[in-house]
Design a protein around this ligand. Structure first.
Ligand code: 3HC
Length: 301
């Protein structure tokens, strides 16, 4: 059943090649999902060959893991590896009908990327963003064809979590939205149509939740105790482990966005800000047998 407000699916345009801007971990997860579910060529780009090679290598490694678990057959693994390629030259997107950006969360950077892409792709090629919280209407504002911009917000781990928030920006037209829904369905995701508002829907709740747990820690509760308390409630993952999965800089970025938009409702955790400023990617270190303990560097901050 179509979500309320989703346009008629007959407006959807075919997608025969996908571009992914960025070759980091999120970009790689997206590339694999698109290749596996749409069975079309997917090309990743990044600033230099080393990043591109690392990104494509990571995706090929994930394909090998699927093969090792018996989730795909050897011929499928080879097909997927051939479908996922990389380049430093964005001209490879010239014949792509759907390009998604998964770069650092910086509005101006994303605007510049979309402006560059517009010079390369066809006028009706979709430009999608996987932003966690940035305003998509503004991201599209200076484009010649802002009506082809749409939010396509996945949740980590992309291969496992079923949710896809499809965000209609102020200028998004029905054909773009219909294509986004058709793609989301082919990706086998549960697509929801959400408004372009700070952090959309799910990240608002997640940020509030993680922010309150972080506040308890800022006020003196030890991290493992906070995690133990929330785990015992039956959550799939303790909050400070979830923060690592989300990425500490991303979590901080969303908290700052929400704090700017709704200062009375969203605070920025002092601990989170300090840990990010120290360049840490986790609150914990893990022993060889997989047991977490709070990183002594974090404790010393
Ligand atoms: N990539 C690919 N597959 C993964 C994975 C990853 N990073 N992590 C786990 N998996 C797979 C495993 O391989 C396993 O697959 P298999 O059945 O084929 O072996 C399956 O997921 C289950 O994994 P596990 O048995 O190891 O672990 P769990 O049962 O504990 O589940 C989890 C792991 C799915 C990550 C679960 O802990 C969970 O749902 N955690 C919460 C995640 C969450 O809330 N994410 C949202 C973050 S917010 C976000 O992303 C938005 C952004 O804008 C900030």
């Amino acid at each position: 059943k179509r979500p309320a407000g989703a346009p008629d699916k007959s407006l959807a345009r075919p997608v025969t090649k996908v571009g992914v801007v960025g070759a980091g971990l999120m970009a790689g997860q997206l590339a694999l999902l698109f290749a596996r579910r749409l069975e079309v060529p997917v090309v990743l780009t990044d600033l230099d060959q080393e990043r591109v090679d690392r990104g494509v290598g990571h995706v090929h490694g994930e394909i090998d893991k699927l093969l090792g678990k018996g989730r795909i057959r050897p011929d499928k693994a080879n097909q997927l590896k051939a479908l996922v390629t990389g380049s430093v030259d964005r001209q490879v997107f010239a014949d792509a009908d759907f390009v998604i950006e998964a770069v650092f969360e910086e509005l101006q950077l994303k605007k510049t990327i979309f402006a560059d892409l517009e010079k390369i792709v066809a006028p009706d090629a979709i430009l999608a963003t996987n932003t966690s919280s940035l305003p998509i209407t503004e991201m599209a504002a200076d484009l010649q064809h802002p009506e082809r911009v749409v939010g396509f917000h996945f949740f980590n781990p992309v291969a496992v979590l079923p949710l896809l928030e499809i965000i209609r920006a102020g200028q998004t037209d029905d054909a773009t939205l219909a294509t986004a829904f058709a793609v989301g369905k082919s990706l086998k995701k549960s697509c929801v149509l959400v408004k372009d508002a700070p952090a959309f829907v799910v990240n608002r709740l997640l940020t509030r939740f993680l922010g309150e747990v972080s506040a308890a820690v800022d006020e003196g509760t030890p991290i493992p105790e906070a995690d133990k308390a929330l785990s015992a409630l039956g959550l799939p993952m303790p909050p400070f482990v979830l923060l690592q999965l989300v990425g500490l800089p991303v979590a901080l970025h969303v908290a700052e966005t929400m704090n700017r938009a709704y200062p009375d409702r969203f605070a920025v955790s002092e601990n989170l800000a300090k840990v990010v400023a120290a360049g840490k990617s986790s609150f914990y270190v893990w022993s060889a047998d997989g047991k977490p303990s709070v990183d002594p560097d974090v404790e010393a901050l």
